[in-house]
Design a protein around this ligand. Structure first.
Ligand code: AMP
Ligand code: MG
Length: 418
């Protein structure tokens, strides 16, 4: 018996589970090999080409963690406040030329090297200074207190950052603290970006009555920039297989990745798949992910192509879950899976077994100190307002079929995805 189905997922044979799609992508990609040296001030977001090892220990010398008074540990008052002779002073940046003898204390400031003999520092708030050149130190301080031993942070020769690490501001700080003025990184990957569709017009252009301004291209270029890619804006292609094939083929000669949106579904005007097949080969084009199902991967003369769906929300979700890992792999970066937060669902939801779904949601603080995810009220994959108004997406795994209010779900904040 013939059946009509309103389920677009029932159409066209098996779909690739997203983890399989990701593994397939990983197996098809190899990282760019060229290495360049960049000044540290430009290193944020770049991918380290080699392990970074510490050419010095941090801190490089044992120093005081506070402003106060340094003494010998053997001298520490045990039961009663005790007077010590004030024998000198050492400030940050000074190499001390004295040593601390028994019964003596030395005025010391945060970051100043510990003088010979001293191993413990009293905070200045805890002592009494008398006018006659002595300082009264209280009992009860532990030996070694308020001192930062050389190497307590980083040991000499330690690998501090592995090859493939994408530099963050704190990593740049560590490189600087170790004295590196520049770092060796992989070159940025070059990504060609196309929109497709007869109905798509560039913002600023003349929009016909049945046309839409192109939003995907700008979203994708913004996300690529955040991932450290060099992006080539190749505009909008009409729904014409031969034209698209020619442009994709050209783009393949000068880019590391081609990213398109639209035209990968099963409509007659969806020409991207056919275009890829005419100049290269298709690896997959249907992934069990919602929103996003029609998402294609192909290879054109060794250059990967990812064809994202046209609906902006589907484009966003598939970029994050399929294009992003591929981009990191091409860039030579280690995988950076998004870190989910466990929150309570404040909604109920039904879904199909066997596909992964992403539900747009906002977070709200709960009385017990946690957070709950509130689902955006509408689900259309074309609703840009749903991406703008929410904080992130709730990930529902292949095995899940329903969610009830109060259940723990995995929330992925947009800020952790891009
Ligand atoms: P398609 O995947 O080509 O079938 O497109 C699906 C939907 O997304 C259609 O309603 C398109 O008009 C819309 N769409 C496709 N490309 C874009 C784009 N670049 N910007 C905004 N909407 C788009
Ligand atoms: Mg289209």
């Amino acid at each position: 018996m013939a059946q009509l189905s309103d389920d677009c997922f029932a159409f066209g044979g098996p779909m690739q589970p997203i983890d399989e799609a990701a593994a397939l992508i990983a197996s098809k990609l190899s990282a760019v090999e060229e290495i360049e040296t960049v000044p540290l001030a430009q290193a944020d977001g770049r991918v380290l080409a080699k392990d970074m090892r510490a050419p010095l220990a941090l801190p490089p010398f044992t120093n005081s963690a506070v402003d106060g008074y340094a003494v010998r540990g053997a001298d520490l008052p045990q039961t009663a406040e005790t007077a010590f002779a004030l024998a000198g002073r050492v400030q940050a940046g000074m190499a001390p030329d004295m040593s601390v003898l028994s019964g003596e204390t030395i005025r010391i400031f945060t970051g100043a090297p510990m003088p010979d003999g001293a191993d413990t520092v009293f905070m200045q708030e805890d002592v009494r200074v008398d006018g006659a050149g002595s300082v009264l130190l209280p009992p009860g301080l532990k030996r070694g207190a308020n001192v930062r031993p050389a190497g307590e942070d980083i040991a000499l020769g330690e690998t501090v950052l592995p090859a493939g690490h994408r530099m963050r501001p704190q990593d740049v700080a560590l490189a600087a603290a170790l004295g590196f003025a520049d770092v060796e990184v992989r070159r940025r990957i070059r990504v060609a970006v196309f929109s497709t569709g007869d109905e798509i017009v560039a913002p600023g252009g003349m929009r016909g009555p049945a046309q839409l301004f192109d939003s995907n291209r700008f979203m994708l270029m913004a996300m690529l920039a955040r991932l450290g890619c060099e992006t080539m804006d190749l505009g909008i292609l009409a729904d014409d297989r031969d034209l698209i094939a020619g442009r994709l083929s050209d783009a393949a000669s000068t880019h590391d990745l081609i990213l398109t949106s639209g035209g990968v579904s099963t409509g007659e005007a969806d020409c991207v798949r056919a275009a890829v097949e005419s100049v290269g080969s298709l690896v997959f084009w249907r992934v069990a992910i919602k929103p996003g199902r029609p998402v294609a991967m192909g290879v054109i003369r060794g250059v990967p192509l990812i064809g994202l769906p046209g609906n902006p929300v589907a484009s966003f979700v598939t970029f994050v879950h399929i294009a992003r890992p591929a981009i990191l792999a091409l860039a030579g970066a280690r995988p950076q899976p998004a870190i989910p937060t466990a929150v309570r669902a404040a909604f109920s939801y039904r879904k199909k077994l066997g596909r992964r779904e992403y539900v747009r949601a906002s977070l709200r603080a709960t009385d017990d100190g946690g957070f709950e995810a509130m689902k955006f009220p509408r689900e259309g994959a074309g609703l840009l307002s749903s991406l703008v108004a929410t904080d992130g997406i709730v990930e529902l795994g292949e095995q899940t079929t329903r969610v009830e209010p109060g259940e723990i779900v995995r929330f992925l904040a947009y800020s952790s995805l891009i």
